[in-house]
Design a protein around this ligand. Structure first.
Ligand SMILES: [Fe+2]
Ligand SMILES: [Fe+2]
Length: 196
């Protein structure tokens, strides 16, 4: 059962980064995480729940501060991280919030600009960036989904599913709850997730 506080926190200013983007990324990240878990570092395999929870929150918060200007907003991940404590409050513990902040900050730079990180962080960041990258299915321009940019085999296999999920949810939604319901209904129908 997804945390109602998490659902309510999904919002965005930028048209391409609304709650429906957040929830598609959440569904895709959960799926990639499950498919790749056997390859995960020991720390993640021992205690997957906290990492799953962090991925859910990062999906909801990572683009929330994206500006609406035409120029790419390189600072939106840092600003999202600065909002983590305020938005999440006691709905997640401090270890989980530290992972969420990390994912918000590091989802922005290109892979070749990311410093050497511990194995656990690197693995989780790949899952998250591939989920975010798969939802480039919504673009038909220079930002469009590019298989060559995906990092994990599970993500490459999910390209048709990401396109289908976008097709089923591209109509837009009035609020975060309806975006969550719409994306989850489509994901359950497609067999991407078992439950909400
Ligand atoms: Fe972003
Ligand atoms: Fe995103």
């Amino acid at each position: 059962m997804t945390n109602p506080e998490l659902i309510a926190s999904a919002e965005g200013r930028c048209e391409q980064h609304q709650a429906d983007h957040s929830f598609r990324v959440m569904v895709l990240a959960r799926k990639i995480f499950g498919l790749e878990l056997t390859t995960a570092p020991e720390e993640i395999r021992q205690n997957p729940e906290i990492f799953r929870e962090a991925l859910d929150w990062a999906a909801v918060l990572h683009d929330r501060e994206m500006s609406v200007s035409k120029a790419y907003d390189f600072e939106h991940g840092k600003r999202a991280a600065e909002k983590v404590d305020e938005v999440i409050g006691n709905a997640a513990n401090s270890d989980c919030k530290a992972i969420i902040k990390f994912l918000c900050i590091f989802h922005v730079p290109d892979d070749n600009e990311i410093p050497k990180l511990p194995e656990t962080q690197m693995w989780l960041l790949r899952v998250f960036k591939d989920a975010d990258g798969l939802d480039r299915a919504r673009f038909d321009n220079g930002d469009k989904l590019d298989e060559k940019k995906l990092r994990l085999e599970a993500a490459k296999k999910l390209i048709p599913a990401a396109r289908e999920l976008w097709g089923k949810t591209k109509q837009g939604f009035d609020n975060a709850q309806s975006a969550f319901d719409g994306v989850m209904q489509a994901a359950v129908e497609m067999g991407l997730v078992n439950r909400q």
